[in-house]
Design a protein around this ligand. Structure first.
Ligand SMILES: Cc1ncc(COP(=O)(O)O)c(C=O)c1O
Length: 381
């Protein structure tokens, strides 16, 4: 059996079509998009074509897209950039299950005197929009709620939170890094003002992302220098990377529906078959609406890092917690926030599917798992 990659929420392999679209800009280079000669114009044209593709994917105007060096930068730009211009307001309402790309900038702002409110989630990992409404006050400068959780795949009621934000006249930022490409993400349907995405979660290159900024929203740039990206993000554009993001966005749109239903079919098969083959397995967030490709399974009495290492020996890539926190032995803050307890949180393994996965790979996983789980349970973890 060839290696089985079930860690697409950490990163997706670069798609061949995307690589081919990028190659000319890597091989012979693009001009600097700010240059006025033919080389520069080619670079500019490539960047603007990619901007239009990302805008089509999100249902917004090309002028509302700011390219960044990834999802983390897009989240930081939204949160710190807005706080920089928010005047006297000092409160940010977010959730207990955000990715470190959101928790980190919030923590940095807390050190500067901002008040960060983390709205709880229920046992399935879902935020209640009424809790968000109760948490906002006249001092609130931003609401930030992720669209889908990276560990569990649980989808948040963002449109309802958008209605709360609208009612109170507070901007809404959404980390859509995991939802883009897996479920529909249309900025107007969600009622968002700022939305972050990342190329490497949709078959594009690592180190490229984008922030949607609703027309008319003002915020402070994190990087100061040239006037690129409408003065929102200084620095010469990563032309090849941006071309890759644009091509990945085009592919998502062109293939919409087919891929997502295949992932769902495989994911459901994975959950049914694993639970049939191994006793003591719980699906985290299983009763909530989830991304079609994600499954977080807790294996009672098993340490998740040890199981991930064991599966790796069988050529299967999965994740314990999120990739960003994989070296952190602390139990997942997401699962703890769901009230699942340390035992269940430290025994959770995430399987996330993507292009190229097929039924025989799921069968291989199901065949390998029982022996590894039994071995680790005998060893006491
Ligand atoms: C929900 C979420 N937000 C943000 C990020 C960060 O994106 P990037 O890796 O492009 O910085 C990730 C990556 O794992 C993510 O899952």
């Amino acid at each position: 059996m060839d290696p089985v990659y079930l860690d697409h929420n950490a990163t997706t392999p670069l798609r061949r079509d995307v690589l081919e679209a990028m190659l000319p800009y890597l091989a012979i280079g693009a001009g600097n998009p700010s240059s006025l000669h033919a080389w520069g114009r080619r670079g500019r044209q490539a960047v603007e074509q990619a901007r239009a593709a990302v805008a089509r994917l999100l249902g917004c105007l090309p002028s509302e897209i700011v390219f960044t060096a990834g999802g983390t930068e897009a989240d930081n730009l939204a949160i710190k950039g807005l706080a920089g211009l928010a005047g006297q307001r000092r409160r940010i309402v977010t959730t207990a299950i955000e990715h470190p790309a959101v928790l980190g900038p919030c923590r940095a702002l807390a050190r500067r005197g901002y008040q960060i409110v983390h709205v709880p989630v229920d046992g399935d990992g879902v935020v209640d929009p009424d809790d968000v409404a109760r948490a906002v006050d006249g001092d609130t400068l931003l609401i930030s709620v992720m669209h889908a959780n990276n560990e569990t795949g649980v989808i948040q009621p963002v449109a309802a939170v958008g209605a709360v934000a609208w009612e109170h006249g507070i901007p809404l930022h959404v980390d859509a890094v995991q939802s883009v490409g897996k479920i529909p993400v249309q900025v107007d349907d969600l009622g968002v003002d700022l939305l972050a995405l990342s190329a490497h979660k949709i078959g594009g290159p690592q180190g490229v992302g984008a922030l949607y900024v609703r027309q008319g929203m003002a915020f402070e740039s994190l990087l100061h220098g040239g006037g690129q990206e409408q003065n929102c993000r200084a620095g010469t554009e990563n032309v090849a990377g941006i071309v890759g993001l644009g091509r990945a966005a085009e592919l998502v749109l062109a293939e919409w529906g087919q891929a997502q239903s295949e992932w769902r079919r495989l994911r459901d098969r994975l959950e049914v078959d694993v639970r049939r083959a191994v006793a003591g397995v719980d699906v985290n967030g299983g009763a909530a609406a989830r991304l079609p490709n994600t499954s977080s399974l807790s294996f009672a009495g098993v340490d998740s890092a040890a199981l991930v290492a064991s599966l790796d020996r069988s050529g299967i890539a999965a994740a314990s917690g999120s990739a960003c926190a994989a070296e952190d032995p602390a139990p997942s803050h997401v699962l703890l926030a769901m009230g699942l307890g340390p035992e269940r949180a430290t025994s959770a393994v995430r399987f996330s599917l993507g292009p190229g996965n097929h039924a025989a790979q799921i069968d291989h996983l199901v065949a390998q798992l029982p022996a590894w789980v039994a071995h680790l349970r005998r060893r006491g973890h």
